[in-house]
Design a protein around this ligand. Structure first.
Ligand code: F6P
Length: 321
């Protein structure tokens, strides 16, 4: 009998989680592991929502956004008492290894569990925010950016017809990657992100100059962590006389059928996670760097910072002239 391995998704859901669960289960079974699912992330571990999975358990989910295992944010998992309850439940089933798919909060929980109890944990980065510095991309980011692009394309149609200036607020928490990638691909004139300081007076005068040069509509992509959008819009209106129409895309960015890139990542991340389990590894998180699948110690991964692509940001500015 192979090892018993549980899979869960935790934190904000991300497109790509479903194909990743499927790939963990099917590759694990192929390698002789016994696979279990956990509903509702760490909360489900504490509440014993653990069940065995076979190949059919993950049928017809490869194309779906969200996570069929469901997800939750679990404050009880922040202390050792809560984690202890979760471990006791895993032990009841003889489970020795856990694959946790989620963002930095998920990884911190995984690390606390592996550091304090006899459970091995492997993390797979699943978050639309792309805010984990050790990996170039997280699961769900590509789909989210494509959803934002769809919104930008639609906005551009109507902006052009009415000579409007539009501000589109996108998610990302403290990370500007969704705004940056969607902004450059969608031809935004301004991309406001938490990682780069911006000067509203400069934006105001460049808006005016653009209008003088014959640019009759403008797009600002605004990352949610980059300030107060209402204040920005009213300041720019006061300085330029141009009314700015705002759109908040919200949770639409979290859903949708995963793109090819997210499905490929899902399969490759899952394959590496299972391989690590077979090698007896723990406290590792999977990622992709320069197009190669990597794994990293979780503590070191969480300490890394500063991956925002300033060169790409500069390029986006040039392209918007
Ligand atoms: O981490 C993913 C994310 O969608 C962030 O971009 C956003 O700030 C946050 O989660 C929203 O959280 P909730 O769904 O709990 O409102």
């Amino acid at each position: 009998m192979g090892k018993k391995v549980a899979v869960l998704t935790s934190g904000g859901d991300a497109p790509g989680m479903n194909p990743c669960i499927r790939a963990c289960v099917r590759f694990g079974l192929y390698k002789g592991l016994e696979m279990y699912g956990v509903r509702r992330g760490y909360q489900g571990l504490i509440d014993d929502e653990i069940f065995p999975m076979n190949s059919r358990s993950v049928s017809d989910i490869v194309q779906r956004g969200g996570t069929f295992l469901k997800s939750a944010r679990c404050p009880e998992f922040r202390d050792l008492e809560g984690i202890g309850k979760a471990v006791a439940n895993l032990k009841k089933y003889g489970i020795t290894d856990l694959i946790a798919i989620g963002g930095d909060g998920t990884f911190r929980g995984a690390k606390d569990m592996a550091d304090n109890f006899d459970i091995s944990v492997i993390g797979i980065p699943g978050t639309i925010d792309n805010d984990l510095a050790y990996t170039d991309f997280t699961l769900g980011f590509d789909t989210a950016v494509n959803t934002v692009l769809w919104a930008i394309n639609s906005l551009r149609d109507t902006m052009g017809s009415h000579d409007r200036c539009s501000l589109l607020e996108v998610m990302g928490r403290h990370c500007g990657d969704i705004a940056l990638y969607a902004g450059i691909c969608g031809g935004a004139e301004y991309i406001l992100v938490p990682e780069v300081e911006y000067d509203l007076d400069e934006i105001a005068s460049s808006l005016m100059q653009a209008r003088e040069r014959g640019k009759t509509s403008n797009m600002i992509v605004f990352a949610e962590g980059a300030g107060d959008k209402e204040q920005i819009c009213s300041y720019l209106k006061e300085k330029t006389g141009i009314k700015i129409t705002t759109t908040t895309l919200g949770h639409i960015q979290r859903g949708g059928s995963p793109t090819m890139q997210d499905r490929i990542l899902a399969n490759k991340f899952a394959e590496r996670a299972v391989e690590l389990i077979l090698l007896g590894a723990t406290n590792r998180v999977i990622g992709i760097k320069n197009n190669r699948i990597i794994d990293e110690n979780v503590s070191e991964a969480l300490e890394m910072s500063g991956k925002f692509d300033k060169k790409l940001y500069k390029l986006a500015q040039i392209m918007s002239l």
